[in-house]
Design a protein around this ligand. Structure first.
Ligand code: CP
Length: 317
């Protein structure tokens, strides 16, 4: 595997290997006062974020540092992008500066794919460019988010295959929804999208999912429910239903939490809009795995960096 651009490039076997590798890294670090493995010593990782982030950027930085890589963070606002430099020139500059991996977040769907092509096609050794990891491209994909969500479901439920998982909310603007739907289906889960018709993408009939508009009817039959943030920044100033209608019709209230089976787990990729898509009491409930997702995000990103930069089993050993 040279890049991680889409979960569609993963098989059940290769995705499971990444989840297993993430758990090996978790075990390798358990109880250590000094969290430092020599795995990526001498490697240079650059995070290149053209959109804001807390969880993804920080956890990639922690992952790289815990594996002894040199980690450099580039943000659009403090780089020459703010002076008008193009995406291609920025990517080629970072390659020329010695990046072994570029971790890219960009508002344009396909940006990470494009950077992987540009940086692979140049230089003295064709194809020898940096590994590119898609850390969220527009409304398209967020592969490491789906991997960390899958790991969290597996840890909470013991398995993924045969489980019924709902993804609830603003599917239309969500790269998390697409990556999760594809990956969970690849791993054998039954995936249900629960959303108002106005927040479903054209072409959803081609996704490996069932669609519902009735959250109350679905909740008692679910093993896991993934709540999505309503992405107002992608809606040009307004959306239908209104925030209040949305919260009443699709928000995960305490009453709705009580409709879930006892064993079920609630996930949210963050950032959460408390009181909008999820009640504060639900966000803080023991059924909700939000902080476990964040911790798993570090281990999953360690596994991905290891697989791309070293390429074989045994990174945590
Ligand atoms: N889940 C997620 O991508 O969060 P950030 O935007 O904070 O990285």
């Amino acid at each position: 595997m040279k890049h991680l651009l889409s979960v569609a490039d993963l098989t059940a076997e290769s995705a499971t290997e990444l989840l297993d590798e993430a758990e090996r890294f978790e075990q390798a670090l358990l109880g250590r006062e000094v969290k430092k493995l020599p795995t990526l010593r001498g490697r240079t990782i650059m995070t290149v974020f053209f959109e804001n982030s807390t969880r993804t950027r920080v956890s990639f930085e922690v992952a790289g540092k815990w594996m002894s890589a040199d980690v450099i963070n580039v943000s659009a606002s403090s780089s020459s992008v703010s002076k008008g430099e193009s995406l291609r020139d920025t990517a080629m500059t970072l390659r020329a500066a010695g990046a072994d991996a570029l971790i890219v977040r960009h508002p344009a769907s396909g940006a990470a794919h494009q950077i992987a092509q540009w940086t692979a096609d140049q230089g003295s050794t064709p194809g020898s460019g940096p590994a590119v990891i898609n850390a969220g491209d527009g409304t398209h994909e967020h592969p490491t988010q789906a991997l960390l969500d899958a790991l969290t479901v597996r840890q909470r439920l013991g398995d993924i295959a045969g489980r019924r998982v709902a993804i609830v909310g603003d599917i239309l603007h969500s790269r998390v929804a697409r990556s999760n739907a594809i990956l969970l289906a690849t791993l054998g889960a039954e995936v249900v999208l629960i959303a108002p018709p106005t927040l479903l993408p054209v072409g959803v009939s081609g996704w490996p999912v069932r669609v519902s508009h009735d959250i109350d009817a679905e909740l008692p039959g679910l093993d896991a429910v993934l709540m999505l943030r309503v992405q107002a920044e992608r809606m040009n100033g307004g959306f239908f239903p209104s925030a209040r209608e949305y919260s009443i019709t699709y928000g995960l209230s305490q009453r709705r939490l009580d409709l879930l089976p006892e064993h079920a787990v609630v996930l949210h990729p963050g950032p959460m809009l408390r009181g909008m898509e999820i009640a504060s009491s639900v966000a803080d409930s023991p059924k909700t795995a939000v902080l476990q997702q964040v911790t798993n995000g570090v281990h999953v990103r360690m596994a991905v960096l290891f697989r791309l930069l070293v390429g074989s089993d045994g990174g945590a050993s």
